[in-house]
Design a protein around this ligand. Structure first.
Ligand code: G3H
Ligand code: ZN
Length: 293
């Protein structure tokens, strides 16, 4: 646990976002440079922000290292919250809880609904035993794609979308604070722009308790107008990864090409981090979270 008050704050911030019609940005990081870009952008924008690490990103970075880093960065900007994103293995979720993450996303979407409910409930209990204010996200519906650029056309089966009534039951039986839903969103930037089912989103929002924040994953590649409409229709937390990855990779390639004689890595990365920071600032503006804390 980083700071007890911050867990309460995350819940409060999400409630405030949902009441006021804006969304908290969640950005995945896999190195110090991306982390630095997110924190700097959040601070400049006076925005609350969530930092996500997937199972793979956590394995690379180390959960204890991440908790320690966030603790230090919070001295600079307190409104940052660390989330164990897309955790498919329950024991790995427990590791993040024990290490002191602020939040855990248990992704049981590939399990049967009864098993998803059972395991998510277990994660909620473990998290609450560690600290009553820890935030837990569950997932219902099947989100396709990977956080990368791809030339693939991804077709979504209507059966993979989140059903409003099932979502309400899932939220009630698991006790989650946040719920990730599938409404046409696809991880990564793929051949076609994703088409969000706003009608379904509104029905999910009506059915699920207002204490549960609805999360839009796979935010990369969704047009700005659709992001705004999603927020108006009940989304209060938005995940972005691919757009940061692509910008960082392409920026670094360009920097290496333009500076063949430079060996000070931080000098090669400075501009790249700045461009990622600019992108995050734009997203925070789009989500309406600027100046909300
Ligand atoms: O959990 C991570 C996000 O859903 C990222 O999705 O790579 O499509 O932005 P994205
Ligand atoms: Zn996701």
């Amino acid at each position: 646990m980083l700071y007890v008050s911050c867990f309460m704050l995350l819940k409060k911030i999400l409630t405030k976002a949902s009441k006021e019609g804006w969304a908290v940005g969640h950005f995945n990081v896999s190195n110090l440079e991306l982390l630095k870009a997110v924190v700097e952008a959040a601070k400049e924008s006076q925005s609350p922000v969530m930092i996500g690490t997937s199972e793979g990103e956590r394995e690379w970075l180390g959960v204890k290292n991440m908790v320690a880093l966030i603790k230090v960065y919070r001295q600079d900007w307190p409104h940052i919250f660390l989330n164990a994103d897309h955790t498919k293995n329950i024991n790995v979720a427990f590791d993040a809880i024990e290490a002191g993450y602020d939040s855990v996303h248990f992704d049981g979407s590939s399990l049967s609904i009864s098993e998803n409910i059972r395991q998510t409930r277990e994660v909620v209990e473990r998290a609450r035993n560690k600290n009553i204010n820890m935030s837990v996200e569950g997932e219902l519906g099947y989100l396709k794609g990977e956080s990368q650029l791809s030339n693939q056309k991804i077709k979504i089966n209507p059966a993979d979308y989140t059903d409003p009534e099932a979502a309400a039951e899932f939220a009630e039986r698991t006790g989650v604070n946040r719920l990730a839903i599938a409404i046409g969103n696809i991880h990564g930037i793929n051949l076609d722009e994703p088409r969000l089912d706003f009608d379904r989103l509104r029905k999910i929002r009506e059915a699920v308790s207002e204490n549960v924040a609805l999360v839009l994953h796979a935010g990369s590649g969704i047009p700005d107008a659709d992001i705004k409409r999603a927020i108006e229709s009940g989304i209060s937390n938005i995940h972005i990864s691919t757009e940061l990855r692509v910008l960082f990779k392409q920026g670094l390639e360009q920097s290496l090409k333009s500076n063949p004689g430079e060996y000070a890595l931080y000098k090669l990365e400075k501009e790249v981090v700045r461009s990622v920071q600019d992108l995050i600032r734009q997203k925070l503006r789009l989500f309406g979270s600027v100046g909300r804390v």
